[in-house]
Design a protein around this ligand. Structure first.
Ligand code: NAD
Length: 474
C-alpha cells in the first residue's frame, strides 16, 4: 500500500471515530429501551439471514459444516443476546454500597456508565460470532462500536458490513475492512476501549499501540490448552469429548484441546478410543459434510510442517481417516494423533490450531501439572476424572482462562460465566456480567446528605474535633 493510500485510510478511520464520539457526547448514554431494541434487531436480522451466513462462512473456509455454523456461530450470538436482554435492566440499576456509620445519612452507589466508543478487532476462525458477541455486549453497555473483522474471511466480513449498515447508523456501528496494516492503524486510534480477539503475537503489538493513547484493552488470545486425563477417568467418554473439541472446525478453535496428557499405562487405550471416536464422528472421513476445511493454503502448509517436524524428531504420526492425507482434497487435513512427542518439537511449542493431537504421557499428576506450567498460561484447561486429590491439585496449581471438567468447549457457551484468558492467553473477559463491566465505567458516587457530621472535621479545630478523631482511630 502506498503512503498516500494509508494516509487517506487513517483520515477515514479517525473521521468515523470523531463522528461516533461527537454523537455519544451529544446524545449521552442510551436508555434501556434503546439498548434492548438494538439487541433485538440484531437477533432478528441474524436469524432472518441464517442461510446467507452459512453460505458466506462456507465460502470463506472452502467448506464449513453448516451444523457447525448453526451450533457454534449462530446459537452463541442468539444466546448471548437473549442473556443480555434478560439481565440488562438489573445491571443498569445503580448498585448500592455501604458507607461508614459517621457518614450516615449520606449514600454511596456505583453507576455503570458506557465508556463511549469501543473498537473491536476480530479473527477469521469464527468470523460471525467472534465479531457479533463482543459487539452485542458493547452495545448492551451503551457504547458505540467500530468493528474490524478479519481479512481472511472476506465473504463474512462483507456480509457483516452490509448487515450492520442496514441495522445501525454509522454513528452507532461502523465496520472497517482491511488486513494487518489497517488493523495496526485501527489499534492506534484513541478509543475508549479496545477489544481484540486473535493471536498472542498480534495481541502484544495491539497493547503497545493502545498504550500510546492509554486505551484500556481486552485481549482474547490463544495458546496451548491442555486436556488432562486424570486417574480413574472414563477413557471412552474422555476420548470422545477430546475428539469433538479438537476436530470441531477442524481444530481451528481458540479453546480446542491443543494436546492431551495421559498416564503412561493408559496411552494405548486412549489412542484406540480416540480412533473409534473420530470414526463415529466422521464415518466417511474427509468426505463427511461436517468435517470442515483448513482456512487457506498457508495454514495447510504450516500444519503439514508441524507434523513433518515432529516426525523428523522422533514422533509417530497416526492418521485417522482411511487412506490418509494423500486422498484428501486440497484444503482438508485428516485428523492426526502424534505419539512419542518431545518438547523440542514445534508442535509442543506453538498453538496448533488444526486437527493434530499430540499425546503426551505422564506418570504422576505432578508431572502433568509441570508440563502445563512450563508453558504460557492457557486459555482453557480440560480435566477428565472424578473429584479427588489429583483433580484438586490440577485445579489449584494451574492457572488458565477457564476450565471444563469431564468435557471440552462447554464453558464457552455458559452465558453467565466470564470468558477470557490470563497471562499469555489474554486479559479481561466478556460473557457474563463481566462482559458488561468490561465495556462500562464503574463510577462510584457519594451523595452527601443535607444534615451531616462533616463539619466536625473542618477548621476551626477544637475539642470536638479531637473526640471525633479518637473515634476514627478506634
Ligand atoms: P490474528 O492475530 O492474525 O488476526 C486477528 C485480527 O487482527 C484480524 O482482524 C487481523 O486483520 C488483525 N491484525 C493482524 N495483524 C495486525 C496488526 N499488526 N495490528 C492490528 N491488527 C492486526 O489472528 P487470527 O489468525 O485471525 O486468529 C487466530 C488466533 O486467534 C489464534 O491464536 C486463536 O487462538 C486466537 N483466538 C482467540 C480467541 C479467544 O476468544 N481468546 C478466539 C478465537 C481465536
Amino acid at each position: 500500500m502506498t503512503a498516500h493510500v494509508l494516509l487517506k485510510d487513517e483520515f477515514l478511520l479517525s473521521g468515523i471515530l470523531e463522528r461516533q464520539r461527537a454523537a455519544f457526547l451529544r446524545e449521552g448514554a442510551p436508555g434501556l429501551a434503546e439498548r434492548t431494541a438494538d439487541l433485538t434487531k440484531l437477533k432478528r436480522a441474524v436469524l432472518a439471514q441464517k442461510r446467507a451466513i452459512e453460505e458466506a462462512i462456507n465460502a470463506d473456509f472452502g467448506h464449513r459444516s453448516a451444523y457447525e455454523t448453526r451450533i457454534m456461530e449462530l446459537a452463541p450470538v442468539v444466546q448471548t443476546i437473549n442473556y443480555l436482554r434478560r439481565n440488562l435492566k438489573k445491571w443498569m440499576r445503580p448498585e448500592r454500597r455501604r458507607i461508614a456509620i459517621h457518614f450516615v445519612p449520606a449514600r454511596s452507589y456505583v453507576v455503570h456508565q458506557p465508556l463511549g466508543v469501543v473498537g473491536i478487532i476480530s479473527p477469521w476462525n469464527y468470523p460471525l460470532s467472534l465479531a457479533l458477541m463482543p459487539l452485542a455486549t458493547a452495545l448492551a453497555a451503551g457504547n458505540r462500536v467500530m468493528l474490524k473483522p478479519s481479512e481472511l474471511a472476506p465473504a463474512t466480513t462483507a456480509f457483516l458490513k452490509r448487515l450492520l449498515a442496514d441495522l445501525y447508523s454509522e454513528e452507532k456501528v461502523s465496520v472497517v475492512t482491511g488486513g494487518a496494516e489497517i488493523g495496526a492503524m485501527f489499534a492506534s486510534l484513541p478509543f475508549d476501549h479496545l477489544a481484540f480477539t486473535g493471536s498472542t503475537s498480534v495481541g502484544r503489538s495491539i497493547m503497545k499501540k493502545a498504550a500510546d493513547n492509554l486505551v484500556p484493552v481486552t485481549l482474547e488470545l490463544g495458546g496451548k490448552s491442555p486436556g488432562i486425563i486424570g486417574p480413574g477417568a472414563d477413557l471412552d467418554a474422555a476420548s470422545m469429548s477430546i475428539a469433538y473439541g479438537k476436530l470441531a472446525n477442524a481444530g481451528q478453535t481458540c479453546i480446542a484441546p491443543d494436546y492431551v496428557l495421559v498416564q503412561r499405562d493408559q496411552a494405548d487405550a486412549f489412542l484406540s478410543g480416540y480412533k473409534d471416536a473420530v470414526a463415529k464422528l466422521y464415518p466417511d472421513g474427509a468426505r463427511n459434510e461436517n468435517y470442515t476445511s483448513i482456512i487457506n493454503a498457508r495454514h495447510m502448509t504450516r500444519l503439514r510442517d508441524l507434523v513433518e517436524d515432529a516426525k523428523k524428531k522422533g514422533a509417530h504420526a497416526v492418521e485417522m481417516f482411511p487412506g490418509g492425507l494423500a486422498r484428501i482434497g486440497a484444503q482438508k487435513l485428516a485428523p492426526i494423533a502424534l505419539t512419542d512427542v518431545s518438547d523440542d518439537m514445534a508442535v509442543m511449542q506453538e498453538e496448533i490450531f488444526g486437527p493434530i493431537l499430540p499425546i503426551v504421557t505422564y506418570t504422576d499428576i505432578d508431572d502433568a501439572i509441570a508440563v502445563v506450567n512450563d508453558r504460557g498460561r492457557p486459555l482453557a484447561l480440560y480435566y477428565f476424572g472424578s473429584a479427588g486429590e489429583a483433580r484438586r491439585k490440577v485445579l489449584e496449581r494451574t492457572t488458565s482462562g477457564n476450565v471444563t471438567i469431564n468435557d471440552t468447549l462447554m464453558h464457552y457457551v455458559q452465558a453467565d460465566l466470564p470468558f477470557g484468558g490470563v497471562g499469555a492467553s489474554g486479559m479481561g473477559a466478556y460473557h457474563g456480567i463481566e462482559g458488561f463491566k468490561s465495556f462500562s465505567h464503574a463510577k462510584g458516587i457519594f451523595e452527601q446528605a443535607r444534615w451531616n457530621l462533616g463539619g466536625l472535621l473542618r477548621p476551626p479545630f477544637n475539642r470536638i474535633t479531637d473526640i471525633s478523631i479518637r473515634y476514627l482511630f478506634w
